[in-house]
Write a protein that binds this ligand. Structure first.
Ligand code: KIV
Length: 271
């Protein structure tokens, strides 16, 4: 990989896919509303993921499972309005695609039509290959997601279970590629397995907790900005401590209002 070349703007599905051939690392972050989408877009990310992590980091739930189709469309609409350059990819929530390929087409179509996003993502073992194929066949761009699949938390036992079955992971990844996925997220797998999958696939791999050899990386924005607490997996790098800055600022405001310091003359309209 040579890196350094700049991304085509605005990002499209073919350009995203071609980044692998061009040896350009891809960057993705999650976004859930217009404000953060516009900030992250300005920072130059290639892709914004309207992840179903919104269940946890926006709605305050314990897992991604309760997120509904209507909710993800609402958030995706806001993100699309904030994204001038980045490719917007939207998660298909739990039980909006597992029933049948027809159900997946109907719901992915609703997401893309109502939000204006470019692509959907679905959590996929090899069993979902038919669903990915059905979406790709009707030109609905789809990203796969193998390894730790949070929608299967009941099966895996916990959200942060590292997946180590190299053969199964390779099978799942190849199945997604062969079915027509344009890229694939690799979540929580050992770096050597992610490296081998990345070498084997012609579509980009986007890692989260999958080491440095993936074709790109994705992080959950509130985690990487230090807005969330109590979640400290080894792979997570916190690039800022915005939680502290926000609490400190709000405390200052509370104190100044209580002490009669704010608003002062400089922040008051005269006659
Ligand atoms: O929902 C999400 O935010 C995701 C990322 C963790 C990749 O799927």
């Amino acid at each position: 990989m040579s890196g350094g070349a700049s991304a085509p703007r605005p990002m499209t599905v073919p350009a995203f896919r071609n980044a692998k051939v061009e040896g350009r690392k891809l960057t993705m972050l999650t976004a859930y509303d217009w404000l953060w989408a516009s900030l992250l877009d300005e920072a130059g990310v290639d892709g914004l993921l309207v992840g179903d992590t919104l269940g946890m980091v926006v709605q305050g739930r314990e897992s991604t499972l309760p997120v509904t189709l209507k909710q993800i469309i609402y958030h995706a609409e806001m993100v699309v309005r904030g994204a001038q350059q980045a490719l917007v990819v939207v998660d298909l929530p739990f039980m909006t695609f597992q029933v049948s390929p027809r159900q997946a087409i109907r719901n992915a179509g609703r997401i893309l039509k109502q939000s204006g996003a470019a692509a959907v993502k679905l959590e996929s073992s090899a069993q979902q290959a038919k669903t990915i194929e059905a979406l790709a066949d009707v030109d609905l761009p789809v990203m796969g997601h193998v390894g730790m699949r949070p929608q299967s938390v009941r099966k895996f036992g916990r959200m942060s279970a590292i997946q180590r079955d190299a053969e199964q992971l390779m099978r799942d990844a190849l199945a997604a590629e062969q079915a027509g996925a344009f890229a694939i997220v690799l979540e929580l797998i050992p770096r050597e397995i992610a490296r081998d999958i990345t070498a084997e696939l012609s579509i980009p791999t986007i890692g989260i907790g999958a080491g440095p050899d993936c074709d790109g990386q994705v992080l959950v924005t509130p985690d990487m900005l230090g807005l969330t607490t109590g979640f400290n997996p080894k792979y997570l790098k916190r690039y800022a401590d915005i939680r502290k800055a926000a609490i400190d600022a709000a405390r200052d405001y509370v104190r100044e209002v209580q002490d009669g310091e704010f608003p002062d003359a400089a922040h008051s309209h005269g006659q």
